[in-house]
Design a protein around this ligand. Sequence first.
Ligand code: NI
Ligand code: MN
Length: 218
Amino acid sequence: MLDITYLGHSAVRIKGTKTVFIDPFLSGNPKAALAPEKITAADVVVVTHDHSDHLGDAFAIAKRTGAVLVAMHETAVEAGSHGITSEGMNIGGTVEVRGVKVHMVPALHSAGKGNAAGVVVEIDGKRIYHAGDTGLTYDLKLVGEFFHPDLSFIPIGDRYTMGPASAAKAVEFIKTKKVVPIHYGTFPLIAADPEEFKRLVGAAAEVLILKPGETIRL
Ligand code: NI
Ligand code: MN
């Protein structure tokens, strides 16, 4: 049983036999549902790319909790230089840390160093896809065909990522059972409507619109 909490923007916490954070941008995030200094337990912190709204508090959380940081090679090397235990990887690879598998998959986006990526996190027999930031691309179809995610987190905010219409098309590609829209409403520039996304997805998947701080059970 997994308790999965949306922490605002693209930040997610997965609590099962292990606790995993993905893209924990909390300091400076006006929608953050959790103060980073309140986080005292984490096993793995996963970062999709080094933009500040994704890398966020990842280093600080890993440092404080002793969690292993899993990220693109360049980001992992930087974490290492700050004394953080890290596992570097790249698109196409899988890393297993503390019983949690992280598969790194393509994302169509930029990054400061290295590349942007998406991740499929495998924990307690479930597969959770976090798309990071990405545009609509046929690569998403392969993520669906190969990983069959039980739950997916998909950006819908437009401008820097897919918007509601392209994200709905992505859901068709990914064939995910459940999908949570992310990366919208944090700032005026990404003020997309999740209800529009839900309407466009229709019967293709169960759309779960979560408020920051809300938890679902998987
Ligand atoms: Ni980005
Ligand atoms: Mn972003």
